[in-house]
Design a protein around this ligand. Structure first.
Ligand code: C5P
Length: 219
């Protein structure tokens, strides 16, 4: 059992991918499983917090009574839910792999095969992290994630400042067994005073490390 370090706190978590509709039967998505976000929700609830879990389409379930799950599909739906619930929360953890682009228009009928090529024009989605970073009040905390392919630490630090995160969790794609679809993760926590690397762990253990760090800055 974990200590009740987050008793009385309300934490918003975004998790999973988003699906951006192309036509009634097709979408643009990504490989995010939601495992890291769900592990974070579990860890927060075990630490005594009330959790609002805003979840994209995943095949995971939640049983903890302190987790209220809000299912969304698109980046726009996730944006609306996150901006609605964040003001009443003590902290937000933005773990979702949100689509950066979405089709400009959704075809009303299933797109037919009978043509030489198909062009789908995309428009940018709204950055949920940046929006919450702007809304953030002095009593609130905000945590983000970053997955970088090169100059990881510099990019993570730049992203942390730009989005107004208290700390950012860096996942490395260069580490075997870390990130998308795996059950393990190798993280580095980057805050204003520097960075702390952690060894390869299960996503639940990595979540406990992240929640421990969050608890220390909420106290
Ligand atoms: O800029 P980038 O997408 O790499 O930033 C990653 C961080 O921003 C993650 O915490 C992710 O959940 C969040 N994000 C978001 N809304 C977006 C794009 C990213 O909340 N539209």
């Amino acid at each position: 059992a974990q200590s009740q370090r987050l008793a009385g706190k309300k934490i918003l978590i975004t998790a999973g991918p988003t699906y951006e509709k192309i036509d009634p039967v097709r979408f643009i998505g990504n490989y995010s499983s939601g495992k890291m976000g769900y592990a974070l929700a579990e860890s927060c609830a075990e630490s005594g917090a009330e959790v609002i879990l805003i979840s994209g389409p995943v095949s995971l379930s939640t049983r903890h009574p302190a987790i209220r799950r809000i299912d969304v599909e698109s980046a726009e739906e996730m944006y609306k839910a996150a901006t609605e619930f964040y003001p009443a929360c003590d902290a937000g953890i933005l773990c979702a792999a949100v689509a950066d682009f979405t089709p400009e228009t959704v075809a009303p009928n299933k797109i037919k095969r009978e043509k030489d090529d198909l062009l789908i024009k995309l428009k940018p989605t709204r950055d949920i992290a940046a929006a919450l970073g702007q809304m953030k009040q002095s009593h609130q905390r905000l945590i983000g994630f970053a997955l970088e392919t090169h100059d990881e630490l510099a990019h993570a630090q730049e992203k942390r400042k730009r989005k107004n995160f208290d700390f950012i969790v860096l996942n490395s794609l260069n580490d075997k067994g870390a990130g998308f679809r795996y059950d393990t993760n190798k993280i580095t926590i980057v805050d204003e005073s520097g960075h702390t690397p952690y060894p390869l762990k299960s996503k639940q253990e990595a979540a406990n490390d992240i929640i421990g760090k969050l608890a220390s800055i909420l106290e």
